[in-house]
Structure formats: structure tokens, C-alpha cells
Design a protein around this ligand. Structure first.
Ligand code: GAR
Length: 188
């Protein structure tokens, strides 16, 4: 039985695309069973449709609390027997409802070399600081924002001050590292 993945995203979904393609091509012995998105209208939704991946798209504002929408999410993950949850640009802090059910099975990709530059503006913060070595981190998700145990990191050099260029350089590294890391985790 192929491992069942859930990918959570809020935006463009290039990481979702890389993971879904690796599953479709047999590079990953896994299937994206569901794509969860908290931004109706995000480009990732169209990408999921192209791969025929089921989606759960929701608007947090239409729920009374984080616990309420995470309860819905947990029901879906349970029903689909998800082995691993991959946060891929999901710009929302995971709450205790989801953590209580899935901690130890949730990973995140972050566009900086943690523990430096936590948070939602990591690349912009790193550029403002003037670092010369940038990087990507994949880590376990726990209650400490961007503070869970590190699984993998990859660095690259950039000597400039354009966050868009850092994103451009980091993207292919993210895609490759995420697929490689998922491959290792689902084997072990
Ligand atoms: C990625 O660069 C990812 O590292 C970042 O969001 C982007 C999503 O891109 N995640 C975070 O900043 C999490 N704090 P994508 O939608 O093209 O995959």
C-alpha cells in the first residue's frame, strides 16, 4: 500500500506540484490523498485539480475557532488514513487540535536556515540582516513555531539584497529537498 500524504498549502503551490509530480512519476512510493488549503482562490487549488487530487478548501473566517476547522481537518485526515502531513507554504500556525491528533506525523518546509529567521517573513528578514548564506529547512512541527526538530537542511550562497532573487534561487532546492526528505521518511 502506497503511503498516504496530505499536503497543506496557502498559495502558489510549487512545492505541492513537486510532491504530486514525484508521486505521479513513481519517484515517491506515495499518493497525495488530499490537499488542504485555507485560501479559497489560491493557485494551488487549480494545481490539485490537474493532478486529480481531492481538496479540502476552507475559509477560517467561516468557523468559530481554529479548533473547529482543525476538527474538520482531522476527520478528513483520519478518513483518508494519512501517514504524513506535509506543510508546503501553509501560512497558518498549527493548533493543538491538529497537533494532538497528528504530532510526529507533520513536517514543514521553511525558507531559511533555522533556528535563524523563524516566522512568515524569513527571506525578507534574512536579506534585511545581510546574511550571505541562505537555505531551506525541513522540520517536524510541534507547538513551538518553526522550532521542531530539524530533519534536513540545504544551504546556498547569495550576496545581494533582493528577496525575490533569494526565493527564485531557493525554490528548486526546496522542491528537490522536500521530495528527497519525504522519500526517506516514508521508507523508515
Ligand atoms: C515556500 O517558499 C515555503 O518555504 C514557504 O512558503 C513558500 C510556498 O511556496 N513557507 C513558509 O514561509 C512557511 N513559514 P509554494 O506555494 O510555491 O510551494
Amino acid at each position: 500500500m502506497k503511503k498516504q500524504l496530505a499536503v497543506f498549502a496557502s498559495g502558489t503551490g510549487t512545492n505541492f506540484d513537486a510532491i504530486a509530480r514525484a508521486c505521479a512519476d513513481g519517484v515517491l512510493d506515495a499518493e497525495v490523498a488530499v490537499m488542504v488549503c485555507d485560501k479559497p482562490g489560491a493557485a494551488v487549488i487549480e494545481k490539485a485539480a490537474r493532478y486529480g487530487v481531492d481538496t479540502f478548501v476552507f475559509s477560517p473566517k467561516s468557523y468559530p475557532s481554529k479548533a473547529a476547522f482543525e476538527t474538520e481537518i482531522v476527520k478528513i485526515l483520519d478518513a483518508k488514513k494519512i501517514d504524513l502531513v506535509c506543510l508546503a507554504g501553509y501560512m497558518r500556525i498549527v493548533g493543538e487540535t491538529l497537533l494532538n491528533a497528528y504530532e510526529g506525523r507533520i513536517i514543514n518546509i521553511h525558507p531559511a536556515l533555522l533556528p535563524a529567521f523563524k516566522g512568515a517573513h524569513a527571506v525578507e528578514d534574512a536579506v534585511a540582516y545581510g546574511v550571505k548564506v541562505y537555505g531551506i529547512t525541513i522540520h517536524w512541527v510541534n507547538a513551538d513555531l518553526d522550532g521542531g526538530k530539524i530533519i534536513a537542511q540545504r544551504a546556498f550562497e547569495y550576496d545581494g539584497n533582493d528577496p525575490a532573487e533569494v526565493h527564485r534561487l531557493g525554490q528548486p532546492i526546496e522542491h528537490q529537498l522536500y521530495v528527497e526528505t519525504i522519500a526517506k521518511l516514508i521508507k523508515s
